[in-house]
Structures are given as C-alpha cells and as structure tokens.
Design a protein around this ligand. Structure first.
Ligand SMILES: NC(=O)c1ccc[n+]([C@@H]2O[C@H](COP(=O)([O-])OP(=O)(O)OC[C@H]3O[C@@H](n4cnc5c(N)ncnc54)[C@H](OP(=O)(O)O)[C@@H]3O)[C@@H](O)[C@H]2O)c1
Length: 344
C-alpha cells in the first residue's frame, strides 16, 4: 500500500530534489503529483524514469492526497498549508511560515523525532532552516554527552539557498566578469561572484538578520531552550553546500578525541578529519550527498570545555528535501498516517 504524495514547488531547487529523494529512498508512493504556480502548468519534471506533468496548485484538490511536501516559499505556505491540512492531508513545510507556531512540530529526525506526534493539531509539520538542520545533526550527540552551554556559529551559505534565481545570478555574474560585461545584482544585495555577503534574509531591529535569528530560535525549539546561540550568516559564491564554523562551550569536559568518536557513531553524521592537506570536507564534495560532514574537530584552549568544528552539508538535501522526506518516513514508520481512499 502506498501514499499519494503531492510536491508543491516541484519545479524549484528543493522540489526537484524532493522528487529525486522520494525515488532514491523508495518511499512507498501510490502516486506522486507535481504542483507549482500557473506559470509552470504543463511543464515536465522527472520522477525516476517517469515524467510528471506539472499542475497548478490553485486548481488541485487535496481531498485524496496523504502527504504534501510544500516547498514554494513562506507566503504560498501561509495561504495554502492550513487549507490543505484541513482537508486531512499532512503538510511537511519547508518555509519558515509555521516553524515557531507552538502547535506545529519543527523536526529534524536525528534530533527530536518524538516531537512529530504533535502534528495532528494543524496537520502541519515544519522543516527547519537549512543552516540549523545541519548544525543540530552535529550538535545533538555532543549535547547529549557534555551539555552545550553556548554556540558561536559563522556560516558560509551557498547561493542555492536563495532558490533557482540565486544560482542563476552567480552563474550570470561569473560569466559577465570573464567577458567584461557589466555585472548586475538583482537577487542578492551586492555582487556575489568573487565576493561574500554578510547578509541573508531581512534585518531585525537589533542589527541581526532574520537568518541569524532563525538559527537561535530553531535551536532552542528543537534541541534545548537553555542553549545560547549567536550566529553570523554569510552568503558565499558556492552553488550547493552550506559550511559552518562552530565554536561550542560545554558544561562538562569533552576532548576532541571523544567528540570524534561520538560523532562517528551519530546518525546522519560522517566524520572526515585527518590532520593533513585535504583531510577535511568542502561544500563541493557534499553536493548530492545525504550526510552531514564534520571536519576540523579540535579543542578550543581559550575555554574550559570548548571545541571547534567544521560542518558541511548539501543544503538542498539535509537542509530541505531529505529532511522533509525523512519526516514523511517517520510518520509511516510510527504508524501516524494511513493512506486514504479516494473520496467518493
Ligand atoms: N534552497 C534551500 O536551501 C532551502 C532550504 C530550506 C528551505 N528552503 C525553502 O524551500 C522553499 C523553496 O525553495 P527553493 O530553493 O526550491 O526555491 P525556488 O528554486 O525558487 O523554487 C520555488 C518553487 O515554488 C514554486 N512557486 C512559487 N510561487 C508559487 C505559487 N504561487 N504557487 C505554487 N507554486 C509556487 C515555483 O514554481 P514556478 O516554477 O511555477 O515559479 C517553484 O517550483 C522556500 O520556502 C525556501 O525558503 C529552501
């Protein structure tokens, strides 16, 4: 028996990756429906060796659909997720629209799988921000061992985190630089080709950005409200793969060797940490992979119980599509959802 799954945003970066991952992991589907805006109606997307015709979200009836993987931005989600949920279809949402709603679980399966049980209040489950997801996969096992007090994180985030337009802008600007054409910035606030931009999402009143705020709020909701987090989020000219330099202060002692052993055994983590040239991971190597990679594990001699780590993951996968499919798998494994019969 399989589930009828609809992907909203199926033509986008994350939506296309969702289709790949559903197929790769053999998620039990009876049917997969590709949805996007009216602009894309009738275009084709691939699902394994099949081709799906994209339908318009606003014309689609969810009454016999079991799971909706929503990946079309916050405003689309705000409008549609509650309506879809009310029709009995469970929405797993990639946007930030419902992440901080107390009636909506925010889930990274390796971190807080049990919280998924609370989904039935709204039939919506939120997927965290890409930077938070990979950070927490690495922090959770360390927190369980030595209790994290404070985290200082600097991110190096790829342009695919800003959607198709972000990737196009890096490509177009890079080409323009090489052929000495004028370089135009549309999606990003400054030139991204051969540059870095310390600004992701909107500015908050206190001078932090919303992206930085999300890392704080989501860590508290999913891992532990007592952990203090301070973040600097930076866009870098990389197509796929977010990297993070994380400084961690613990309550209890933990050595770099202990951390390495813990992370080697931890779900979703892959340690690549040789103290030699190239003995670490870069975002290029993480693209298309499911793991959260951890390198450069070392003690911080300026703290009593401190570590530095380097964490890299494919933002379109663990940061979005893979995590959403893992949440759907969790619903199935825990028998929290049953395939619905087509409404008469
Ligand atoms: N990229 C990441 O690393 C990442 C990580 C975590 C979360 N997310 C979140 O995932 C969502 C999608 O990101 P993305 O990177 O895939 O963006 P994207 O490449 O720009 O794709 C956006 C998708 O949304 C669809 N869409 C736009 N307006 C719509 C509407 N009114 N009705 C139905 N569909 C509509 C687009 O369809 P058309 O082709 O018809 O325009 C397209 O399929 C965003 O909420 C983003 O914040 C992204």
């Amino acid at each position: 028996m399989g589930y009828k799954v609809a992907i909203v945003g199926a033509t986008g970066n994350v939506g296309r990756e969702m289709l790949n991952i559903l197929e790769e992991r053999g998620f039990p589907v009876s049917e997969v429906v590709a949805l996007a805006s009216r602009r894309s109606q009738g275009t084709d997307v691939s699902f394994g060796d099949r081709t799906l015709k994209v339908q318009a979200l606003e014309r689609y009836d969810f009454s016999d659909t079991d799971i909706c993987l929503m990946s079309a931005g916050g405003s689309v989600s705000k409008e549609w997720s509650p309506k879809i949920g009310k029709q009995g279809c469970v929405v797993i949402d990639n946007s930030s629209a419902f992440r901080y709603d107390p009636d909506v679980p925010l889930i990274v399966p390796e971190v807080n799988a049990d919280a998924v049980a609370g989904f039935a209040k709204k039939n919506i489950i939120a997927n965290p921000n890409c930077s938070t997801a990979q950070m927490l996969v690495a922090l959770k096992p360390l927190h369980d061992h030595a209790t994290i007090k404070r985290v200082v994180v600097s991110t190096y985030q790829s342009v695919s985190g800003a959607g198709k337009e972000g990737m196009d802008e890096l490509f177009t600007q890079t080409r323009a630089v090489f052929v000495a054409d004028p370089v135009e910035a549309k999606k990003f606030t400054k030139r991204i080709a051969f540059n870095v931009i310390p600004h992701i999402d909107v500015f908050m009143e206190d001078g932090t950005t919303k992206e930085e705020w999300k890392m704080v709020a989501e860590t508290k909701k999913m891992l532990d409200p007592k952990i203090k987090v301070t973040a600097t989020c930076v866009r870098v000219p990389v197509f796929i793969g977010h990297s993070e330099a994380i400084n961690i202060e613990f309550e209890n002692p933990i050595t770099a060797d202990e951390a390495r052993e813990i992370l080697r055994e931890a779900p979703g983590c892959l340690v690549i940490d040789k103290h030699e040239d190239g003995g670490y991971i870069t975002p290029l190597e993480s693209a298309g992979e499911d793991a959260t990679y951890i390198s450069r594990i070392r003690e911080d001699s300026t703290l009593d119980n401190g570590l530095n780590i380097w964490v890299v993951s494919d933002n379109l996968r663990k940061g979005a599509a893979l995590n959403a499919v893992q949440i759907a798998e969790l619903l199935v494994e825990r028998d929290l959802i049953k395939p619905r019969q087509k409404a008469a």
